[in-house]
Design a protein around this ligand. Structure first.
Ligand SMILES: Nc1nc2c(ncn2[C@@H]2O[C@H](COP(=O)(O)OP(=O)(O)OP(=O)(O)O)[C@@H](O)[C@H]2O)c(=O)[nH]1
Length: 827
């Protein structure tokens, strides 16, 4: 009894630990989401800051430009006045000055002084007519030349000036693409030289407006592809366009709704709505596959692409194929299987004793899970764990280490059930079989009988014209052992077993344990490549570096070649037998792979741990987690139990089979809950309630208990849940219990129950049910609630009260009144 209690306590502790673990995972996910949000906000703030800075810079530049313009205007005015004065005194000089082509000088100066003018230049076509007439332009622009420059220009020969003018014109004509072709801007940027004072004043008056426009010019107004434009253009981006995602990439097979919403920039609620329209009930954490995600993204007009990223695991197992020249012959790996007591261990021992020390004088064999023997200079590796259980366990983990299976059959016994199993295991693994008929030294040995029996299992001996090699042996005397080894080498020869020793090692863990002194120790059977001391290794979730290697003779070795068993020290934890070992090119990679595998294990464990409930039944069915919907049925009478069982089992369909794993009459007990927990079942109660222990256990074990009073409602709920359409709107909340201590019959009123409130409270307006031995015998409302003679609204725990039930008088002492309210559930 106490053991059971301990077991149960352990179980509940485990469940608690699991809950805490789940909560931590949830918190971690939440924290990750919040960090992401913070990062997004951060980057937005930076963007805004950037825009603000750009705007301030542009304003500053604009101000500088205005100042520069004002200064130039003043100079211009002075020049005009001076020119007017000179005109009066020296008309010929004026004439000469008028004929001097200088617009390009002014233009250059103007461009240098006011780079912003380039932001609104004329379109090339518009600019050209003016540029094609430098002589005429110069006549008009002459007054704007500063006096100093004008004087120096007078000394320049006309011919040279004309040439320069032409060159400049050509330069401007050949580079139209580098200038902005903003058609909105006035083509005045290069024309200062020819403007009159009035024009310039007009322009100055208009300038604030231009500035305003510059700020509102959209990027799209400019021709695309001009890098120079971005360099020179100092326009701030004031208008922040909302980001429109047209294409998104997902990098895994499935994606959570939350992450998907971030990728496509749509709210989770919108996505859930779309999924619902596709018939999928999902939550923010639900995983959706690429096809579904594509459909949803399509609804938003977003193209979705899948680019599966390479995991560390992919990189680890990625291997270049070996060339024919790289492949060298390797020893065969042999497993011995057979029925109990037919002599597997004896045979393995005999082979080892007879051959292992050859050439290794004084060598003491070590038990490391596998050993090698030598015959005529050729090696054979034996896996030292006899029996097909280990063989199959390894196969189940994806490790197929065995090249040849020896089926041991005792000559004095015959083929037994485990012999048949062993034969079938070897056959299903497609491994060649050699039959060793053992114990031939025994007087009642009958090899012919064994051969006869072998034919019944599709193993026709060679002697009888078949393919199966049968070798009579005695593990006791050693007779036939040499022949058996020869046959093994022969079969290996036919198999052409080869491996490339010149690559990173890959192998299988044959045995592993935690050694007090040396830490995790594992025997590795190298399959291909060469394992070396110092190599980075990973097997399952255990990783590390080869610190030391010991062979089957107890000798320290620095290298292990294909088919060689070695004991390896240096793992971070004990790997499992059957795990595949990889030597990794880098420490980091092995660590990453281990992390990935641990995450995967965790996810799978969580998946397995998640209990079925009607709320997420559809999701679990959809994910293929549930094939059977197990149900425990408890009802008040046997008739109901049967009726409910039949109705519910009829709901089975192709995807899910509804199975009543336990049915019974009476209250829902803790045992029912434990059974439901173990079988991942839902409990359906009809007119019965769970007792306190059951209630607590159900909370611990996360078992879904559904209570009904009408069969069709249960059927309706389960049908809906199976279709993913379950939408219960209300949830029952028990608010208190009162025990009936005494009953009184009052002629006009009916039965009055004198009660004691044991927990919670009894509320006059709440609903009530009457329980007798946890079986519901009435459900309805209170017709009265009194404290002594006074009507009461509610009576709390620890107080006495009198109550009566609406249209129900069959109240007995010991009954319990359960008071409850219905609350709407937010889904
Ligand atoms: N006479 C004789 N006895 C043998 C021979 N081989 C094994 N035995 C005996 O048979 C018994 C069982 O041998 P094991 O080697 O333990 O057989 P096993 O198949 O490994 O048995 P399990 O490990 O229990 O599956 C032992 O008492 C051995 O001494 C043999 O060739 N001749």
């Amino acid at each position: 009894m106490s053991k059971i209690k301990i077991l149960e306590t352990n179980k509940s502790l485990l469940a608690n630990a699991q809950n805490i673990f789940n909560r931590i995972l949830e918190m971690q996910t939440e924290a990750d989401g919040q960090i992401r949000d913070i990062k997004t906000i951060e980057s937005k703030i930076l963007d805004i800051e950037k825009v603000r800075n750009e705007k301030a810079r542009a304003e500053k530049e604009e101000q500088q430009r205005m100042e520069e313009e004002a200064r130039r205007m003043a100079e211009q005015k002075a020049a005009e006045e001076k020119a007017a004065a000179e005109q009066k005194t020296a008309p010929e000089i004026v004439k000469a000055t008028e004929e001097t082509p200088k617009p390009e000088v002014k233009e250059e100066e103007s461009a240098k002084a006011a780079p912003e003018k380039k932001e609104q230049p004329a379109a090339p076509a518009a600019a050209c007519p003016q540029m094609q007439q430098p002589q005429r332009m110069e006549a008009k622009t002459k007054p704007s030349v500063p006096p100093k420059q004008a004087a120096s220009r007078q000394a320049v020969p006309q011919k040279q000036e004309a040439k320069e003018g032409q060159k400049k014109q050509e330069r401007m004509e050949t580079k139209p693409a580098k200038k902005f072709a903003n058609t909105n801007a006035k083509p005045g940027g290069f024309e200062h030289g020819k403007k009159t004072k009035k024009q310039l004043e007009d322009e100055r008056a208009k300038r604030p407006k231009i500035k305003e426009r510059v700020f509102n010019i959209d990027d799209d107004d400019f021709p695309k592809g001009s890098r120079k434009r971005h360099k020179k253009q100092q326009q701030p981006k004031v208008v922040i366009e909302p980001i429109k995602i047209e294409k998104a990439v997902i990098t895994e097979e499935t994606i959570s709704v939350k992450l998907f919403s971030e990728k496509i920039g749509k709210p989770v609620s919108e996505i859930l709505k779309k999924l619902l329209l596709l018939g999928m009930m999902s939550t923010i954490n639900s995983q959706i596959d690429f096809d579904t995600a594509t459909l949803v993204a399509g609804e938003f007009g977003i193209e979705l692409e899948q680019k599966i990223e390479k995991t560390a695991e992919d990189i680890l197992i990625e291997e270049a194929p070996d060339t024919e020249e790289q492949l060298l012959k390797r020893p065969p790996i042999v497993t011995i299987m057979g029925h109990v007591d037919h002599g597997k261990t004896s045979l393995l021992d005999k082979i080892r004793q007879s051959k292992v020390t050859e050439g290794e004088a004084g060598g003491i064999t070590q038990h490391i899970g596998a050993y090698q023997v030598e015959l005529n200079g050729e090696k054979i590796t034996f896996i030292d764990t006899p029996g097909h259980e280990a063989f199959t366990a390894m196969r189940a983990r994806g490790a197929q280490v065995t090249d040849i299976a020896i089926i041991v059959v005792a000559a004095d016994d015959g083929i037994m059930p485990q012999t048949v199993e062993a034969i079938n295991h070897a056959k299903s693994a497609d491994v060649p079989i050699i039959v060793a008929v053992n114990k031939i030294d025994r007087p009642n040995a009958n090899v012919q009988k064994i051969m006869q029996e072998l034919t019944e299992h599709d193993l026709l001996p060679e002697e009888w014209g078949g393919q199966t090699i049968v070798v009579p042996v005695s593990a006791k005397t050693g007779e036939g052992i040499e022949k058996l080894l020869e046959m093994i080498l022969l079969v290996a020869e036919v198999q052409e077993l080869k491996a490339n020793p010149d690559r990173l090692a890959k192998g299988t863990i044959v045995e592993a344990q935690l050694d007090k002194g040396r830490g995790p120790v594992a025997t590795v059977l190298v399959e291909t490549g060469t394992l070396r001391t110092g190599d980075t290794i990973i097997a399952g979730t255990a990783y590390g570096r080869v610190r030391a290697m010991v062979n089957d003779l107890g000798k320290t070795v620095n290298e292990a070649f294909p088919s060689q068993p070695v004991e390896v020290i240096g793992f971070s934890e004990v790997p499992a037998a059957g795990d595949i070992l990889h030597a990794a090119p880098a420490d980091k990679l092995s660590k990453q792979v281990a992390e990935e595998r641990k995450d995967k294990q965790k996810a799978e464990m969580l998946k397995k741990m998640s209990k079925v409930s009607l709320d997420d039944l559809f999701n679990q069915i959809a994910e293929g987690q549930i094939k059977d919907l197990n149900i425990v049925i408890k009802a008040d009478v046997q008739g109901s139990v049967e009726a409910v069982r039949q109705s519910l089992e009829k709901l089975s369909n192709e995807e899910v089979r509804v199975r009543a794993i336990h049915c019974g009459v009476g209250a829902i007990t803790e045992t029912d809950v434990m059974l439901a927990s173990a079988a991942n079942a839902i409990i359906i109660g009809f007119n019965v309630r769970p007792d306190n222990m059951a209630q607590t256990a159900a909370e611990h074990e996360k078992v879904d208990i559904r209570l009904y009073r009408i069969i069709y409602k249960a059927i309706e709920d389960i049908t809906a849940a199976m279709k993913g359409m379950l939408e219960p709107e209300f949830e029952e909340l028990v608010i208190g219990h009162a025990e009936v201590r005494q009953t009184f019959k009052v002629s006009a009123v009916g039965t009055i129950a004198g009660c004691y409130v044991t927990d919670g409270l009894i509320r006059r307006n709440a609903q009530a049910r009457l329980l007798r031995d946890n079986v519901v015998i009435y459900e309805g409302a209170l017709s009265s609630l009194k404290r002594f003679k006074d009507d009461a609204k509610e009576v709390a725990q620890g107080y006495e009260c009198g109550l009566s039930l609406e249209r129900f008088d069959d109240i007995k002492e010991g009954d319990v009144v359960e008071c409850f309210e219905m609350h709407e559930i937010a889904r």
